[in-house]
Design a protein around this ligand. Structure first.
Ligand code: FMN
Length: 196
């Protein structure tokens, strides 16, 4: 089984990376892992040109940046974990740009011929934030659910680590969230239901 995690934090040693590393360590016994640190790549904003909609069956984006190759890595994964710090109640700009570029994976959305190249793929969201979950990290979970529906993905769960200001003060609760995420994915894999 091959897991790909997408780190949307600009801080490679920050809170989100630290929590994600705990989950990755738990998976490493049973899975092959690949981490995409979005800050290391060039992912432009979607141009909204719609050209990709004319190229069904592949991420047919016209922009010659890193997004198409990164999306190919997602297509090859058995499951994808999107990890982000909460920025202004939403995704980091790095992750938001990348998620917008997922547009090229979907054609005919909403219609009878609605297709997605990631249909059935397990997806999870990991968020760290400085404030509480309620009234703060709630909207991002709603948006992630909508994105999952649009992509026809399979949402494994949304995992929030609140009250984080420093990676050296993560605490047992952060570890528990990371381990819950790892356990939920392991359960899915053990049930043989990673692939659609
Ligand atoms: C630009 C910016 C916006 C932020 N917005 C929020 C927010 O809306 N709610 C919140 O609780 N924390 C917010 N934070 C705090 C971060 O989400 C939090 O410290 C997070 O754990 C940082 O993760 P990182 O170390 O992986 O970058 C914000 C931080 C920055 C830099």
């Amino acid at each position: 089984m091959h897991l790909v995690s997408v780190l949307g934090s600009p801080r490679p040693q920050g809170n989100t990376a630290t929590v994600l590393s705990i989950a990755e360590a738990a998976w490493s016994a049973t899975c092959s892992l690949e981490r995409i640190n979005l800050r290391d790549y060039r992912v432009n904003g979607c141009l909204g040109c719609g050209c990709c909609q004319q190229v069904p069956g592949e991420p047919g984006c016209v922009q010659p940046d890193d997004a198409p190759a990164l999306l190919q890595r997602l297509l090859a994964a058995d499951a994808v974990i999107y990890a982000t710090p909460l920025y202004c109640w939403g995704f980091s700009a790095q992750l938001k740009a990348f998620i917008d570029r997922h547009f090229c994976l979907v054609t005919e959305a909403g219609g009878p011929a609605w297709k997605s190249l990631v249909e059935g793929k397990p997806m999870a969201l990991l968020v760290t934030c400085a404030g509480p979950e309620a009234g703060n990290a709630d909207l991002i979970q709603v948006v992630f659910d909508r994105i999952g529906q649009y992509l026809k993905g399979r949402i494994v769960g949304k995992y929030v680590v609140p009250f984080r200001t420093s990676p050296d003060r993560l605490g047992a609760d952060a570890r528990a969230v990371a381990e819950r995420l790892a356990a939920d994915l392991a359960r899915l894999a053990a049930a043989g239901s990673m692939r659609p």
